[in-house]
Design a protein around this ligand. Structure first.
Ligand code: ACM
Ligand code: ZN
Length: 634
């Protein structure tokens, strides 16, 4: 995945061209996300027609594949069935759409898109490049193009010339299907939306304490037992433990045919599917199926959300050879199912307390001269790496795999901030940046008083500040970045979409577009236009940027102050402290924080924009605001 010198030279030339273009034309009014590298607007527009042909470079299956994708994408809303025609030089034709695979100085995922009044021409050196050109073209058409039902719209796109290519090769999004199971159909829909945003890596978190989701034919109990848990509706982390004899009826898994279907579907969209098989911790579902692989022998239940599993027996026993036989069997089947270069082995948050009191673990440590349990974890990861390499795969893991010494060829996914990634890059290991503070999509995206219960806080504007390439670290080792949707508090598909969008738009732009084009106000303008596309596609998303968030603090004299903010910009905030509903007349928030008497029972606030409430009224009891204050240190 690392970028070659040639590509970097091409990039430098294109950046210079982009800079020249940027000075030559007015700022683009396009609503494309991620922002293309360079856009030159031209007068006029191109109108699509029913009988139009898509002409593709002859003898190139990838060009035809992208042509078919485009024809299918427009078929439902327009009612048109476009034909694909192969020809040696597609760009020679007018009155149609030409997808041209040419040898040239293109970034491996880059494309040029030229729209005139008579034709649309996409040129690229790869199928991926053509595909991204098509994604941009679709975003230039009216939002109704996203509908799956026949629409009446003027199907035209503005005349322009775009030169575009990504900043990073790894543009990832992770979906946790263990905490809650998501259907194959939903996963495909999720992948569809990733493709629109030019994200190219789908990290599938397939196993954890709460469910094993991938069929392994040589280990049938993993899905007969490990894929099912007792049903619970309560708050995650506080659910009732499994009762004696209680049936495990909640869950599901993907058959190997399902997996192949998803992988092929993603491949048609130039998306790599990265499987994650967690070890040694977060493995309760596997241990419930095969308790002999633990230090204590169990018995275990697949966890229905009773805790966050911090200090419990949920790790494989690295002292037991059977653990490695298990890993070998799983990886044998996983390696055959997934064409990805890497397999993710997890490695995070492993509680090692049971290793300390396990005879087998302690014997292993003595025999292998391992100084501590961190080194025992590294021993397991190194052996996992050897097993993967014997099957033609590379290993990637969360940054805890650094703790007892990094396996020789491992890549690191840095989630506890960027430090693990920086350390690994300095040791010349490939790195994907995925820090909680910028890309954890399971966190609250607005005031917790308005949002479904979860934890943490990650605003859209914070994602937009994500910078995967830290100063002073060789860019060569930073493959890119990734957003993660953990699903402890995401019980259904609609909510998975709500948590993902629009924050994954911000993620996509930070990973694709040049750092120099980042502009929050313009991104919000384009995001609002994307909302219409998501509406047409019947995809859920959060409108939390339109709401007010309230943050309490104490001033130097100990008085309670409230800061009120709305992310969208261009709003006035109005609030009340007498229990009534705020409109745009009383108590205008002055812009800085306000002091409020503590006898107030409830504070309510709303943002107004263009003469209308922009979002929801947030209503928070004073005692809840006080509970939000940082606790004094004792
Ligand atoms: C993680 O969030 N535990 C990788
Ligand atoms: Zn053990």
């Amino acid at each position: 995945m690392s970028r070659s010198v040639l590509q970097i030279t091409v990039l430098a030339a294109a950046v210079a061209a982009a800079a020249a273009a940027a000075t030559a034309v007015k700022p683009s009014t396009l609503k494309v996300i991620p922002q293309p590298v360079s856009v030159q607007m031209r007068p006029g527009s191109f109108r699509l027609r029913p009988g139009m042909a898509i002409t593709v470079t002859a003898g190139k299956p990838e060009a035809r594949q992208v042509g078919v994708y485009l024809a299918n994408a427009v078929a439902a809303p327009t009612g048109w069935k476009w034909k694909i025609t192969e020809t040696p030089k597609p760009a020679g034709r007018s009155n149609g759409i030409a997808l041209e695979l040419i040898k040239g100085e293109f970034h491996p995922e880059g494309y040029n898109l030229t729209i005139t009044a008579h034709s649309v021409r996409i040129q690229a050196a790869t199928g991926a490049g053509l595909f991204y050109g098509v994604q941009t073209l679709l975003q230039l058409l009216p939002p109704e193009i996203e509908s799956s039902a026949l629409q009446h719209a003027v199907w035209s796109a503005p005349c322009l010339h775009i030169v575009d290519y990504p900043r990073f090769a790894w543009r990832g999004l992770m979906l946790d299907v263990s905490r809650h199971f998501f259907s194959t159909d939903f996963v495909k829909r999720y992948i569809d939306r990733m493709a629109r945003a030019k994200l190219n890596l789908f990290h599938w978190h397939l196993v954890d304490d709460n469910g094993w989701r991938i069929e392994i034919k040589s280990l049938p109990l993993l899905t007969q037992v490990g894929a099912w848990r007792a049903p619970r509706l309560g708050r995650w982390g506080q659910s009732e433990p499994v009762k004696d004899g209680e049936a495990a009826t909640d869950g599901g898994f993907y058959t190997q045919d399902d997996i192949r279907e998803v992988v092929a579907y993603a491949r048609e969209r130039f998306i790599t599917v990265l499987p994650e098989i967690e070890m040694p911790g977060h493995s309760l579902a596997a241990l419930a199926s095969y308790p002999e692989l633990s230090c204590t022998g169990g018995p275990f239940h697949v966890d229905p959300g009773t805790s966050f599993y911090t200090k419990v027996d949920n790790a494989f026993c690295p002292g037991n050879e059977k653990t490695f036989e298990f890993i070998d069997r799983v990886f044998t089947e996983v390696a055959k199912l997934f064409p990805s270069e890497y397999v993710h082995i997890g490695g995070d948050e492993c509680y090692k307390g049971f290793w300390k009191i396990c005879e087998k673990c302690q014997r292993r440590m003595a025999e292998e001269h391992l100084a501590n349990e961190e080194e025992l974890q590294s021993y397991l990861v190194r052996r996992a790496e050897k097993i993967l390499e014997s099957k033609g795969k590379k290993l990637i893991g969360w940054d805890e795999i650094l703790q007892g010494g990094l396996a020789p060829n491992a890549a690191v996914m840095s989630w506890r901030g960027m430090d693990g990634g920086i350390a690994a890059a300095k040791m010349n290991h490939p790195v994907v940046m995925s820090p909680t503070g910028f890309v954890y999509l399971d966190y609250y995206q607005g005031d917790p008083a308005l949002e479904p219960t979860t934890f943490g806080r990650l605003l859209l504007s914070t994602v937009y500040k994500f910078e995967p390439e830290p100063e002073g670290v060789g860019a060569k080792y930073i493959l890119g970045g990734q957003g993660n949707l953990w699903t402890e508090s995401v019980p259904n598909a609609r909510h998975a979409e709500y948590m993902t969008w629009p924050r994954a738009f911000a993620l996509a732009e930070t990973l694709w577009s040049p750092k120099t084009t980042r502009n929050w106000a313009d991104f919000m303008r384009r995001t609002e236009a994307q909302f219409q596309r998501l509406d047409n596609a019947q995809v859920n998303y959060a409108r939390s940027v339109y709401d007010v968030a309230i943050t309490p603090a104490r001033d130097s004299s100990g008085k309670l102050t409230l800061r009120m903010s709305s992310e969208i910009g261009g709003t006035d905030i109005y609030y009340t402290i007498d229990g009534t509903n705020p409109d745009s007349f009383l108590l205008k928030y002055p812009g800085a924080s306000v002091t409020v008497p503590e006898e107030v029972y409830v504070v309510k606030a709303v943002a107004w924009r263009n003469g209308k409430p922009s979002g929801r009224v947030v209503s928070i009891l004073m005692r809840e605001l006080i509970a939000r204050l940082p606790r004094p240190r004792s």
